[in-house]
Structure formats: structure tokens, C-alpha cells
Write a protein that binds this ligand. Structure first.
Ligand code: ZN
Length: 298
């Protein structure tokens, strides 16, 4: 199944549901960053959460950044996701591996650490990003993002994210977010109903692994509540906006003296994009051209 995001409503618009399949983009992140199993699960879960959070924003250029900084060996996680369906991200220590938990699941909480913070920044495209911080609950990502939604955005929410990864790569990844809409947030019955679905939602990852589609999963969760699945199927993908031109642009900002220094000491310049692990190189000739361009400007 192609990576995709589908939206739905229930309870006469009082509940909003979003689901995302992120199998391929999680596999792309795994390959790009040479992620261990547990790092694949941690980053994959956070990327799914980012796409789900971004999905309820309004302006086309809206983006969400999620930074998770726990006390575990994985170090930090940074994810940048957009309403346009693009997402990118990385972890500090991609090679960290931990033994699975007694229940056979990957120990994401152990890798991330249960003490630390989740920072979320919502940029609606006006240049005034809204940011907030919450303490981590478990480091398992799903719990932590749910806690963020409940405390910072004061939206009763239930979120589940999951990744299945093995020797052959990522076999399934995705997530589902259920939220009581702000206008209905004071409706106690609705909030309780949502909470009653959280248990059912925990069955999401086995369904995902079994290859169930998002509409099938929505039906299992909300069929008795006036489920309406929106017709649009949005494609989601791993995408980073870096490029050779941007690399050269960034070098140019260093100025003439620094560029001359790079020519003499390093015979060029090289940089790796944190987000996508793409390596960019500039030869001494490239750097000389940049110096020429800077001289022509001054
Ligand atoms: Zn990049």
C-alpha cells in the first residue's frame, strides 16, 4: 500500500480522525540514516506523529517540528512535517540498538529515555511559530505526543503510532489520531466516548501489520458513531528541501576570507544534511567562483 493520509469525522463532526500509512517513508529514513531497528521505530513513530499533527493545520505551507530529547542512548530526535504531506527527520545516534522488551516489542522508551522533554513548534506560515514543551511520559512517542496534545493544545486526543521493522526492512508503519473538536471539547459524553476508543485503538498496530487499509481501521473504531470518511487520499513522503544550490548559497554567506581559507586548507568544502544525510561537496573551483560572485557584488 502506498504511503497515504486519510481524514474522517464522526459524531456529527464532534470527533476528528486522521490516519497515516508511512511504511515507505520510514524505510527511506532507515536507509538514508542507516538506522538500527529501535532507531527506525523511534524516528518512524515521530514522523507519523508529525504528519498527523500537521494534518489539522490550515494554511498550505504550515509545518510542525517535533523535537524529543530524552535521557536514553538514542539522544535527540528531530522531525519536520508539513500539511503538504512531506516529512524529514533524524536521530542523534542512529546506530544504537537495544534488546527487545519481554513482550517482543522494540524498546523505544528505553532508547529515547523516559525523562526529558518534547518540544513542538507549529509554524502556520505567518512567521510567528507557536511552540510549547512538555515532559516526556514514557519515551514511547505515542504517549508523549498524546500528553502534549492534552496539556499544550488542550484537545482531548488519542494517538497511536507503530513501526514494524526486521531484517528485510520496514514492513509496516503508520498512526491514527482521534481528537474531540475544540467546539465539542466541553461535551463530556464525547470526551468519554473518545476515551473508550483508546483501548480499541491499541489494536491498531497489529491491524497495520496485517495490511488493513485506513478506511477499514476507521470503520472498526468508529463505525457505530456516524463515521464519515473524507474522499481525499493525500500522499505522504520523505522529502528534504536541501539541494546543491542551497549548499552553495550557505557557503557564500561565510564570506570571502573564510572561503579562501577553505580553498587553501581543505581544497574544497563538504557538508552533510542532518535531515536527510545527503552529502554535498564543493571543489576549490566552485569556491573560487563564489568568491568571484561576492567580489562582483561588492
Ligand atoms: Zn537534506
Amino acid at each position: 500500500m502506498a504511503d497515504q493520509l486519510i481524514r474522517a469525522t464522526a459524531a456529527g463532526g464532534g470527533i476528528r480522525a486522521v490516519g497515516a500509512i508511512t511504511t515507505r517513508l520510514t524505510e527511506e529514513a532507515r536507509k538514508r540514516h542507516k538506522l538500527s531497528y529501535v532507531a527506525t521505530a523511534a524516528l518512524g513513530r515521530t514522523m507519523s506523529a508529525g504528519l498527523l499533527l500537521a494534518s489539522n493545520m490550515k494554511r498550505a505551507e504550515s509545518r510542525v517540528n517535533i523535537r524529543v530529547k530524552g535521557n536514553g542512548p538514542l539522544g535527540g530526535i528531530l522531525v519536520d512535517a508539513g500539511l503538504d504531506g512531506t516529512v524529514r527527520g533524524y536521530v542523534d545516534n542512529p546506530e544504537i540498538e537495544l534488546p527487545p522488551k519481554p513482550n517482543g516489542k522494540l524498546d523505544v522508551g528505553g532508547a529515547v529515555g523516559s525523562e526529558g522533554y518534547l518540544y513542538a513548534i507549529r509554524d502556520v506560515g505567518y512567521g510567528y511559530p507557536y511552540s510549547s514543551t512538555v515532559e516526556l511520559v514514557s519515551g514511547e512517542i505515542g504517549d508523549d505526543v498524546t500528553h502534549y496534545l492534552a496539556t499544550s493544545e488542550q484537545t482531548p486526543s488519542a494517538l497511536v503510532v507503530g513501526v514494524f521493522v526486521g531484517a528485510a526492512g520496514v514492513s509496516a508503519a503508520g498512526g491514527i489520531l482521534l481528537q474531540v473538536m475544540p467546539k465539542a471539547a466541553t461535551d463530556e459524553t464525547l470526551v468519554q466516548t473518545l476515551e473508550s476508543r483508546v483501548a480499541a485503538l491499541s489494536g491498531f498496530t497489529p491491524l497495520l501489520q496485517a495490511g488493513k487499509t485506513l478506511p477499514e481501521m476507521f470503520e472498526l473504531l468508529l463505525e457505530d458513531m456516524g463515521l464519515e470518511i473524507l474522499p481525499e487520499v493525500q500522499m505522504v513522503r520523505f522529502h528534504c528541501g536541501c539541494s546543491p544550490d542551497r549548499f552553495l548559497g550557505a557557503l557564500k554567506l561565510l564570506g570571502e576570507a573564510e572561503l579562501q581559507d577553505m580553498i587553501e586548507k581543505d581544497d574544497g568544502a563538504e557538508a552533510t544534511c542532518h535531515f536527510c544525510n545527503e552529502v554535498y561537496q564543493a571543489s576549490s573551483d566552485d569556491l573560487s567562483q563564489l568568491i568571484g560572485a561576492l567580489k562582483a557584488q561588492s
